[in-house]
Design a protein around this ligand. Structure first.
Ligand code: PFF
Length: 450
Protein backbone atom coordinates (compact mmCIF):
# COMPACT_ATOMS: atom_id res chain seq x y z
CA UNK A 1 0.00 0.00 0.00
CA UNK A 2 1.31 3.41 -0.87
CA UNK A 3 1.98 5.47 2.20
CA UNK A 4 -0.13 8.60 2.29
CA UNK A 5 2.02 11.72 2.51
CA UNK A 6 1.13 13.58 5.66
CA UNK A 7 -0.16 17.08 5.19
CA UNK A 8 -1.03 20.20 7.11
CA UNK A 9 -4.56 20.22 8.42
CA UNK A 10 -5.48 23.33 6.53
CA UNK A 11 -4.59 26.85 5.62
CA UNK A 12 -4.21 28.09 9.17
CA UNK A 13 -2.12 25.12 10.27
CA UNK A 14 0.21 25.66 7.35
CA UNK A 15 0.56 29.41 7.87
CA UNK A 16 1.32 28.90 11.54
CA UNK A 17 3.88 26.19 10.91
CA UNK A 18 5.65 28.23 8.24
CA UNK A 19 5.49 31.37 10.39
CA UNK A 20 6.85 29.37 13.34
CA UNK A 21 9.87 28.47 11.25
CA UNK A 22 10.24 31.96 9.84
CA UNK A 23 9.79 34.01 13.00
CA UNK A 24 12.73 33.51 15.31
CA UNK A 25 16.11 34.87 16.22
CA UNK A 26 16.42 36.19 12.68
CA UNK A 27 13.73 38.74 13.41
CA UNK A 28 14.50 39.51 17.02
CA UNK A 29 18.26 39.27 17.19
CA UNK A 30 19.65 39.53 13.66
CA UNK A 31 17.47 42.15 11.99
CA UNK A 32 18.02 44.97 14.52
CA UNK A 33 21.79 44.73 14.59
CA UNK A 34 22.01 44.66 10.82
CA UNK A 35 19.65 47.63 10.55
CA UNK A 36 21.75 49.54 13.08
CA UNK A 37 24.96 48.69 11.29
CA UNK A 38 23.84 49.29 7.72
CA UNK A 39 22.36 52.75 7.78
CA UNK A 40 19.01 52.40 9.60
CA UNK A 41 16.20 53.76 7.43
CA UNK A 42 17.92 52.98 4.17
CA UNK A 43 18.39 49.36 5.22
CA UNK A 44 14.69 49.12 6.12
CA UNK A 45 13.67 50.59 2.77
CA UNK A 46 15.87 48.20 0.80
CA UNK A 47 14.68 45.30 2.93
CA UNK A 48 11.00 46.11 2.41
CA UNK A 49 11.42 46.45 -1.34
CA UNK A 50 13.18 43.09 -1.41
CA UNK A 51 10.51 41.40 0.73
CA UNK A 52 7.62 42.27 -1.58
CA UNK A 53 9.49 41.45 -4.77
CA UNK A 54 12.30 38.97 -4.35
CA UNK A 55 11.26 37.44 -1.01
CA UNK A 56 7.73 36.93 -2.22
CA UNK A 57 8.90 35.32 -5.46
CA UNK A 58 11.34 32.96 -3.79
CA UNK A 59 8.96 31.92 -1.04
CA UNK A 60 6.07 31.15 -3.34
CA UNK A 61 8.40 29.46 -5.80
CA UNK A 62 9.82 27.08 -3.22
CA UNK A 63 6.41 26.23 -1.78
CA UNK A 64 5.07 25.58 -5.27
CA UNK A 65 8.03 23.34 -6.16
CA UNK A 66 7.34 21.34 -3.02
CA UNK A 67 3.63 21.01 -3.64
CA UNK A 68 4.08 20.18 -7.30
CA UNK A 69 6.69 17.49 -6.82
CA UNK A 70 5.39 16.23 -3.45
CA UNK A 71 9.01 15.67 -2.53
CA UNK A 72 11.28 17.15 0.08
CA UNK A 73 14.08 19.36 -1.15
CA UNK A 74 16.70 16.70 -1.61
CA UNK A 75 14.75 14.99 -4.40
CA UNK A 76 12.34 17.73 -5.47
CA UNK A 77 14.83 19.51 -7.73
CA UNK A 78 15.79 16.27 -9.50
CA UNK A 79 12.14 15.67 -10.17
CA UNK A 80 11.82 19.06 -11.82
CA UNK A 81 14.93 18.51 -13.90
CA UNK A 82 17.44 15.72 -13.57
CA UNK A 83 20.45 17.97 -14.10
CA UNK A 84 19.46 20.06 -11.07
CA UNK A 85 19.70 17.34 -8.44
CA UNK A 86 22.84 19.02 -7.04
CA UNK A 87 20.67 21.88 -5.88
CA UNK A 88 18.97 19.72 -3.26
CA UNK A 89 22.32 18.84 -1.73
CA UNK A 90 23.62 22.38 -1.91
CA UNK A 91 20.51 23.68 -0.17
CA UNK A 92 20.87 20.94 2.44
CA UNK A 93 24.25 22.25 3.56
CA UNK A 94 22.71 25.55 4.67
CA UNK A 95 20.69 24.31 7.67
CA UNK A 96 23.62 22.11 8.69
CA UNK A 97 25.77 25.24 8.99
CA UNK A 98 23.05 27.35 10.60
CA UNK A 99 21.84 24.98 13.32
CA UNK A 100 24.99 25.00 15.51
CA UNK A 101 25.46 28.75 15.71
CA UNK A 102 21.72 29.34 15.96
CA UNK A 103 21.82 27.20 19.08
CA UNK A 104 24.76 29.21 20.45
CA UNK A 105 22.58 32.34 20.29
CA UNK A 106 19.69 30.29 21.71
CA UNK A 107 22.02 29.52 24.62
CA UNK A 108 22.61 33.24 25.18
CA UNK A 109 18.83 33.67 25.33
CA UNK A 110 18.55 30.95 28.00
CA UNK A 111 21.30 32.60 30.02
CA UNK A 112 19.56 35.98 29.97
CA UNK A 113 16.19 34.39 30.67
CA UNK A 114 17.59 32.60 33.73
CA UNK A 115 19.23 35.78 34.89
CA UNK A 116 15.95 37.68 34.72
CA UNK A 117 13.91 34.83 36.23
CA UNK A 118 16.22 34.54 39.20
CA UNK A 119 16.26 38.24 39.91
CA UNK A 120 19.68 39.09 38.49
CA UNK A 121 18.41 40.62 35.27
CA UNK A 122 19.25 44.14 36.23
CA UNK A 123 22.89 43.22 36.59
CA UNK A 124 22.77 42.24 32.94
CA UNK A 125 22.26 45.93 32.23
CA UNK A 126 25.90 46.59 33.05
CA UNK A 127 27.76 47.41 29.87
CA UNK A 128 30.51 44.93 30.70
CA UNK A 129 28.10 42.06 31.42
CA UNK A 130 27.68 40.63 27.94
CA UNK A 131 31.39 40.72 27.16
CA UNK A 132 32.12 39.07 30.48
CA UNK A 133 29.63 36.30 29.76
CA UNK A 134 30.66 35.42 26.20
CA UNK A 135 34.36 35.51 26.98
CA UNK A 136 34.09 32.65 29.49
CA UNK A 137 34.88 29.11 28.49
CA UNK A 138 32.17 27.34 30.46
CA UNK A 139 28.87 29.17 30.34
CA UNK A 140 28.51 29.93 26.62
CA UNK A 141 29.27 26.28 25.91
CA UNK A 142 26.96 24.91 28.59
CA UNK A 143 24.01 27.08 27.61
CA UNK A 144 24.59 26.26 23.94
CA UNK A 145 24.45 22.54 24.68
CA UNK A 146 21.34 22.96 26.88
CA UNK A 147 19.57 24.82 24.07
CA UNK A 148 20.60 22.22 21.49
CA UNK A 149 19.45 19.37 23.75
CA UNK A 150 16.10 21.10 24.28
CA UNK A 151 15.70 21.29 20.50
CA UNK A 152 16.75 17.65 20.24
CA UNK A 153 14.26 16.48 22.86
CA UNK A 154 11.39 18.21 21.06
CA UNK A 155 12.38 16.81 17.68
CA UNK A 156 12.96 13.35 19.14
CA UNK A 157 9.71 13.32 21.05
CA UNK A 158 7.85 14.46 17.97
CA UNK A 159 6.06 17.05 20.07
CA UNK A 160 6.42 19.82 17.53
CA UNK A 161 2.66 20.08 17.39
CA UNK A 162 2.57 20.81 21.09
CA UNK A 163 5.18 23.51 20.72
CA UNK A 164 3.38 25.00 17.74
CA UNK A 165 0.15 25.03 19.71
CA UNK A 166 1.75 26.83 22.64
CA UNK A 167 3.45 29.32 20.39
CA UNK A 168 0.19 30.01 18.58
CA UNK A 169 -0.96 31.61 21.82
CA UNK A 170 2.34 33.07 22.88
CA UNK A 171 3.40 34.69 19.62
CA UNK A 172 0.61 37.26 19.73
CA UNK A 173 1.69 37.97 23.31
CA UNK A 174 5.25 38.51 22.10
CA UNK A 175 3.92 40.89 19.47
CA UNK A 176 1.94 42.90 22.03
CA UNK A 177 4.82 42.96 24.48
CA UNK A 178 7.16 44.18 21.75
CA UNK A 179 4.71 46.97 20.90
CA UNK A 180 4.57 47.95 24.58
CA UNK A 181 8.37 47.93 24.95
CA UNK A 182 8.79 49.92 21.72
CA UNK A 183 6.37 52.58 22.97
CA UNK A 184 8.22 52.76 26.25
CA UNK A 185 11.57 53.10 24.48
CA UNK A 186 10.16 55.94 22.38
CA UNK A 187 9.45 57.91 25.54
CA UNK A 188 13.03 57.77 26.83
CA UNK A 189 14.99 61.00 26.48
CA UNK A 190 17.16 60.93 23.39
CA UNK A 191 15.31 58.03 21.71
CA UNK A 192 13.85 60.29 19.06
CA UNK A 193 17.16 60.58 17.20
CA UNK A 194 17.31 56.80 17.12
CA UNK A 195 13.79 56.51 15.77
CA UNK A 196 14.63 59.00 13.04
CA UNK A 197 17.74 57.04 12.15
CA UNK A 198 15.69 53.85 12.07
CA UNK A 199 12.80 55.03 9.90
CA UNK A 200 14.10 57.87 7.72
CA UNK A 201 16.15 56.63 4.79
CA UNK A 202 19.34 58.60 4.34
CA UNK A 203 20.70 57.99 0.87
CA UNK A 204 24.22 58.86 1.92
CA UNK A 205 24.19 55.69 4.04
CA UNK A 206 23.45 53.54 1.01
CA UNK A 207 26.08 51.20 -0.33
CA UNK A 208 26.35 47.81 -1.95
CA UNK A 209 26.81 46.29 1.47
CA UNK A 210 23.35 47.56 2.48
CA UNK A 211 21.83 45.51 -0.32
CA UNK A 212 23.96 42.47 0.45
CA UNK A 213 23.08 42.55 4.14
CA UNK A 214 19.38 43.02 3.41
CA UNK A 215 19.41 40.15 0.95
CA UNK A 216 21.14 37.77 3.37
CA UNK A 217 18.69 38.77 6.08
CA UNK A 218 15.77 38.08 3.77
CA UNK A 219 16.95 34.53 3.12
CA UNK A 220 17.56 33.86 6.77
CA UNK A 221 14.37 35.41 8.06
CA UNK A 222 11.98 33.82 5.59
CA UNK A 223 13.79 30.46 5.80
CA UNK A 224 14.27 30.45 2.03
CA UNK A 225 17.12 29.21 -0.20
CA UNK A 226 17.76 26.26 2.08
CA UNK A 227 15.16 23.76 0.97
CA UNK A 228 13.00 24.07 4.06
CA UNK A 229 10.08 25.75 2.34
CA UNK A 230 10.23 23.18 -0.46
CA UNK A 231 9.67 20.48 2.13
CA UNK A 232 6.90 22.50 3.76
CA UNK A 233 5.29 22.97 0.35
CA UNK A 234 5.18 19.22 -0.14
CA UNK A 235 2.84 18.96 2.85
CA UNK A 236 0.44 21.65 1.63
CA UNK A 237 -2.87 20.43 0.30
CA UNK A 238 -3.71 21.13 -3.32
CA UNK A 239 -6.69 23.34 -2.63
CA UNK A 240 -4.82 25.90 -0.56
CA UNK A 241 -4.22 29.35 -2.00
CA UNK A 242 -0.43 29.65 -1.86
CA UNK A 243 -0.14 33.31 -2.72
CA UNK A 244 -2.59 34.27 0.05
CA UNK A 245 -0.58 32.23 2.56
CA UNK A 246 2.69 33.78 1.46
CA UNK A 247 1.23 37.25 2.06
CA UNK A 248 0.32 36.30 5.62
CA UNK A 249 3.70 34.76 6.37
CA UNK A 250 5.55 37.77 4.99
CA UNK A 251 3.46 40.32 6.83
CA UNK A 252 3.87 38.49 10.12
CA UNK A 253 7.58 37.90 9.72
CA UNK A 254 8.31 41.46 8.66
CA UNK A 255 6.19 43.03 11.42
CA UNK A 256 8.06 41.14 14.12
CA UNK A 257 11.40 42.21 12.64
CA UNK A 258 10.40 45.87 12.33
CA UNK A 259 9.06 45.94 15.86
CA UNK A 260 12.18 44.38 17.21
CA UNK A 261 14.16 47.17 15.59
CA UNK A 262 11.89 49.73 17.27
CA UNK A 263 12.79 48.21 20.63
CA UNK A 264 16.50 47.99 20.05
CA UNK A 265 17.79 50.65 17.63
CA UNK A 266 16.53 53.75 19.51
CA UNK A 267 17.77 52.18 22.76
CA UNK A 268 21.23 51.92 21.23
CA UNK A 269 21.16 55.67 20.61
CA UNK A 270 20.34 56.32 24.23
CA UNK A 271 22.41 53.76 26.08
CA UNK A 272 25.28 52.71 23.84
CA UNK A 273 25.73 55.02 20.85
CA UNK A 274 29.22 53.70 20.24
CA UNK A 275 27.69 50.28 19.56
CA UNK A 276 25.63 51.41 16.57
CA UNK A 277 28.07 50.18 13.95
CA UNK A 278 30.03 47.76 16.03
CA UNK A 279 27.44 46.05 18.26
CA UNK A 280 27.06 43.06 15.97
CA UNK A 281 25.61 39.80 17.32
CA UNK A 282 25.62 41.10 20.91
CA UNK A 283 23.46 44.16 20.30
CA UNK A 284 20.13 42.81 21.53
CA UNK A 285 21.70 41.37 24.67
CA UNK A 286 23.61 44.51 25.48
CA UNK A 287 20.87 47.08 25.04
CA UNK A 288 17.56 45.51 26.08
CA UNK A 289 18.55 44.85 29.71
CA UNK A 290 19.35 48.58 29.96
CA UNK A 291 15.80 49.33 28.80
CA UNK A 292 14.35 46.86 31.29
CA UNK A 293 16.42 48.38 34.06
CA UNK A 294 14.74 51.75 33.53
CA UNK A 295 11.24 50.37 33.02
CA UNK A 296 8.78 49.98 35.87
CA UNK A 297 8.53 46.21 36.58
CA UNK A 298 11.51 45.80 34.25
CA UNK A 299 12.68 42.62 35.94
CA UNK A 300 9.37 40.87 35.30
CA UNK A 301 8.91 42.28 31.82
CA UNK A 302 12.46 41.25 30.94
CA UNK A 303 11.83 37.73 32.19
CA UNK A 304 8.62 37.38 30.18
CA UNK A 305 10.33 38.83 27.14
CA UNK A 306 13.22 36.37 27.16
CA UNK A 307 10.87 33.41 27.75
CA UNK A 308 8.94 34.43 24.64
CA UNK A 309 12.11 34.96 22.60
CA UNK A 310 13.20 31.49 23.65
CA UNK A 311 9.96 29.97 22.40
CA UNK A 312 10.16 31.85 19.11
CA UNK A 313 13.73 30.61 18.71
CA UNK A 314 12.77 27.02 19.53
CA UNK A 315 10.02 26.86 16.90
CA UNK A 316 12.68 27.88 14.37
CA UNK A 317 15.49 25.63 15.56
CA UNK A 318 13.23 22.59 15.61
CA UNK A 319 12.36 23.30 12.00
CA UNK A 320 16.06 23.52 11.13
CA UNK A 321 16.89 20.29 12.98
CA UNK A 322 13.85 18.50 11.59
CA UNK A 323 14.93 19.42 8.07
CA UNK A 324 18.39 17.96 8.60
CA UNK A 325 17.11 14.86 10.40
CA UNK A 326 14.61 13.98 7.69
CA UNK A 327 17.29 14.32 5.03
CA UNK A 328 19.74 12.17 6.96
CA UNK A 329 17.05 9.55 7.57
CA UNK A 330 16.10 9.36 3.91
CA UNK A 331 19.64 9.40 2.64
CA UNK A 332 21.22 6.89 5.01
CA UNK A 333 18.08 4.89 5.80
CA UNK A 334 18.55 5.47 9.51
CA UNK A 335 16.11 5.18 12.37
CA UNK A 336 14.81 8.51 13.56
CA UNK A 337 16.49 8.51 16.95
CA UNK A 338 19.88 7.59 15.50
CA UNK A 339 19.63 10.43 13.01
CA UNK A 340 18.60 12.87 15.75
CA UNK A 341 21.46 11.89 18.04
CA UNK A 342 23.93 11.97 15.15
CA UNK A 343 22.84 15.45 14.08
CA UNK A 344 23.05 16.65 17.68
CA UNK A 345 26.58 15.36 18.24
CA UNK A 346 27.72 16.82 14.94
CA UNK A 347 26.13 20.17 15.81
CA UNK A 348 27.84 20.27 19.19
CA UNK A 349 31.20 19.82 17.50
CA UNK A 350 30.47 22.42 14.85
CA UNK A 351 29.04 24.82 17.43
CA UNK A 352 32.04 24.84 19.78
CA UNK A 353 34.06 27.34 17.70
CA UNK A 354 31.07 29.71 17.60
CA UNK A 355 30.51 29.36 21.36
CA UNK A 356 34.16 30.11 22.10
CA UNK A 357 34.72 32.62 19.32
CA UNK A 358 34.25 35.61 21.61
CA UNK A 359 36.53 34.40 24.38
CA UNK A 360 38.74 31.36 24.45
CA UNK A 361 39.23 31.36 20.67
CA UNK A 362 38.66 35.07 20.27
CA UNK A 363 42.00 35.57 18.58
CA UNK A 364 41.18 33.24 15.73
CA UNK A 365 39.65 35.06 12.80
CA UNK A 366 38.54 33.71 9.45
CA UNK A 367 38.50 36.34 6.69
CA UNK A 368 38.58 38.84 9.55
CA UNK A 369 35.49 37.39 11.24
CA UNK A 370 34.90 35.54 14.50
CA UNK A 371 33.63 31.97 14.00
CA UNK A 372 29.95 32.74 14.53
CA UNK A 373 29.97 35.68 12.14
CA UNK A 374 31.90 33.58 9.64
CA UNK A 375 29.38 30.70 9.67
CA UNK A 376 26.57 33.23 9.43
CA UNK A 377 28.32 34.88 6.47
CA UNK A 378 29.01 31.56 4.75
CA UNK A 379 25.38 30.46 4.95
CA UNK A 380 23.57 33.72 4.26
CA UNK A 381 25.93 35.59 2.01
CA UNK A 382 27.56 32.83 0.00
CA UNK A 383 25.58 29.60 -0.08
CA UNK A 384 22.06 31.03 -0.08
CA UNK A 385 22.68 33.42 -2.99
CA UNK A 386 24.13 30.49 -4.95
CA UNK A 387 21.11 28.29 -4.15
CA UNK A 388 18.74 31.14 -5.02
CA UNK A 389 20.56 31.84 -8.28
CA UNK A 390 20.44 28.20 -9.36
CA UNK A 391 16.74 28.02 -8.41
CA UNK A 392 15.97 31.10 -10.50
CA UNK A 393 17.83 29.66 -13.48
CA UNK A 394 16.03 26.34 -13.11
CA UNK A 395 12.58 27.90 -12.88
CA UNK A 396 13.07 30.99 -15.03
CA UNK A 397 14.96 29.45 -17.91
CA UNK A 398 14.85 25.65 -17.80
CA UNK A 399 11.40 24.51 -16.72
CA UNK A 400 9.97 28.02 -17.25
CA UNK A 401 7.95 30.12 -14.83
CA UNK A 402 4.66 28.92 -16.35
CA UNK A 403 5.06 25.51 -14.72
CA UNK A 404 5.16 27.18 -11.34
CA UNK A 405 2.47 29.75 -12.16
CA UNK A 406 0.14 26.92 -13.16
CA UNK A 407 0.79 25.19 -9.85
CA UNK A 408 -0.01 28.37 -7.94
CA UNK A 409 -3.25 29.06 -9.83
CA UNK A 410 -4.42 25.52 -10.43
CA UNK A 411 -7.76 26.02 -8.70
CA UNK A 412 -8.33 29.39 -10.28
CA UNK A 413 -6.65 31.31 -7.44
CA UNK A 414 -5.62 34.90 -8.04
CA UNK A 415 -1.91 35.50 -8.48
CA UNK A 416 -1.74 39.27 -8.28
CA UNK A 417 2.03 39.62 -8.44
CA UNK A 418 2.49 37.24 -11.38
CA UNK A 419 4.17 39.92 -13.48
CA UNK A 420 6.63 40.79 -10.76
CA UNK A 421 7.24 37.12 -10.14
CA UNK A 422 8.11 36.43 -13.76
CA UNK A 423 10.43 39.39 -14.23
CA UNK A 424 12.05 38.77 -10.85
CA UNK A 425 12.79 35.11 -11.38
CA UNK A 426 13.97 35.42 -14.96
CA UNK A 427 15.90 38.68 -14.99
CA UNK A 428 16.22 40.87 -11.93
CA UNK A 429 17.03 38.28 -9.28
CA UNK A 430 19.71 36.43 -11.28
CA UNK A 431 21.48 39.67 -12.23
CA UNK A 432 21.27 40.88 -8.68
CA UNK A 433 22.54 37.66 -7.19
CA UNK A 434 25.47 37.52 -9.59
CA UNK A 435 26.33 41.11 -8.67
CA UNK A 436 26.27 40.23 -4.99
CA UNK A 437 28.48 37.20 -5.42
CA UNK A 438 30.98 39.15 -7.53
CA UNK A 439 30.97 41.95 -4.99
CA UNK A 440 31.71 39.59 -2.13
CA UNK A 441 34.52 37.95 -4.02
CA UNK A 442 36.10 41.31 -4.83
CA UNK A 443 35.65 42.43 -1.22
CA UNK A 444 37.54 39.36 0.01
CA UNK A 445 40.52 40.42 -2.07
CA UNK A 446 40.27 43.95 -0.80
CA UNK A 447 39.33 45.27 -4.25
CA UNK A 448 36.14 46.94 -3.00
CA UNK A 449 35.15 48.12 0.45
CA UNK A 450 32.63 46.04 2.30
N1 PFF B 1 13.91 32.01 9.87
C1 PFF B 1 14.42 31.75 11.16
C2 PFF B 1 14.62 33.04 11.93
O1 PFF B 1 14.38 34.10 11.36
O2 PFF B 1 15.02 32.98 13.06
C3 PFF B 1 15.72 31.03 11.15
C4 PFF B 1 15.78 29.82 10.34
C5 PFF B 1 14.75 28.88 10.37
C6 PFF B 1 16.87 29.63 9.59
C7 PFF B 1 14.83 27.77 9.61
C8 PFF B 1 16.98 28.49 8.87
C9 PFF B 1 15.96 27.60 8.88
F1 PFF B 1 16.10 26.51 8.19
Amino acid sequence: MKEERSSFSGKLGFILAAAGSAVGLGNLWRFPYLAAQHGGGIFILVYLILVVTFGFSMLILELAIGRKTKQSSITAYTKLHKKFGFLGYLAAIVPIIILPYYCVIGGWVIKYMMEFLTGGGLEAADSAYFGGFVSQAGEPLIFFVIYLLATMVIVLGGVQNGVERVSKVLMPVLLLLSIGISIYVATIDGAWDGIKYYVLPDLSNFSMSTVCAAMGQLFFSLSIAMGIMVSYGSYVKDDIDLSGCVNHIEIFDTSVALLSGFMIVPAVFVFAPDKLNTGGPGLMFETLPMVFKQMPFGQVIGAVFFVLVLLAALTSSISIMEAIVSMVMDKFKLKRWIAVVGVTVFSILLGIPSAWGFGLWGDVKILGMDFLTFFDFLANSVLMPIVALATCILVGWVVKTKTIEDEITKNGEKFARKGIFRVMVRYIAPVFLIMILVFYTLAQFGLVNY
